[in-house]
Ligand binder design. Structure first.
Ligand code: 6PG
Length: 237
């Protein structure tokens, strides 16, 4: 695990874009393709915009294949859609090889099954999918992707994508499961803002109950890379 602190969210976004490009070059050199999972929410948007603005000619986008860590149960043009955010910030501006959005417009169980079949089609149906890079955020409650505290998805180990009822949000979210995230070659958390400081300190320095802090379940080989701005890191020693 490595923890990198940046003075501002802008510097964090610039660094994350550099890391994204480095991992893409490495994967395409070694395996001819870059399978990347994009995070939703608001934090990664600045990184996606930098990639679209400054990396259009610096990444072999036709060999970049885009997936999502989670999605809300909304249509792809809805203001809450993670896909819509990524499309507007990045995917409309660079010619990626393929996009495999979670179809939030479908009934959640159907959407989860459909996305899992897409993953199995891309990676082959047996072993866990090995994404080259998975980008994640965390919520102030310690959730990541749509793995929320005390929800059923935390214990699912025989599926790659699930519909996860989140009672406190009065909705059902779609999310990759813990084993899929932990099988990735690299997992980067992008975390900005004071509001994440307590959860981050608990996850990085505490001994959190994973059901209360699902982000602590994310333990890929070599550990995740944490990319923080100074406010988010303010509770760390
Ligand atoms: C989502 C995200 C979620 C997000 C965190 C942080 O669908 O909202 O996948 O896990 O990463 O909630 O969100 P912010 O970046 O908006 O703080």
């Amino acid at each position: 695990m490595s923890v990198n602190v940046y003075e501002s969210s802008e510097e964090l976004a610039e660094a994350a874009a550099r890391e994204f490009a480095a991992r893409a070059d490495e994967a395409i050199d070694e395996r001819g393709r870059f399978a990347v999972v994009l995070a939703g929410g608001s934090t990664p948007e600045a990184t996606y915009e930098i990639l679209a603005r400054d990396y259009a000619d610096r990444i072999d986008w036709s060999n970049v294949h885009v997936f999502f860590g989670d999605e809300r149960s909304v249509p792809p043009d809805h203001e809450d859609s993670n896909y819509r955010m990524a499309r507007e910030a990045l995917l409309d501006h660079v010619p990626v090889g393929s996009v495999h959005r979670m179809r939030g417009e479908l009934p959640p169980d159907e959407a989860a099954e459909a996305n899992e079949q897409e993953l199995r089609g891309f990676f082959g149906s047996e072993e866990l999918p090995r994404f080259d890079l998975i980008l994640l955020g965390i919520g102030g409650d310690g959730h990541t992707a749509s793995l929320f505290p005390e929800t059923s998805a935390l214990e699912v180990h025989d599926r790659w994508v699930v519909a996860n009822p989140v009672l406190k949000l009065e909705t059902t979210r779609l999310t990759l499961t813990v084993p899929v995230i932990n099988a990735a070659r690299a997992v980067y958390f992008l975390v900005a803002g004071e509001g994440k400081a307590d959860a981050l300190a608990e996850i990085l320095e505490g001994d959190p109950d994973p059901r209360g802090y699902p982000a602590s379940l994310i333990q890929p080989q070599g550990g995740p890379t944490w990319m923080l701005d100074r406010p988010a890191a303010s509770e760390l020693p």
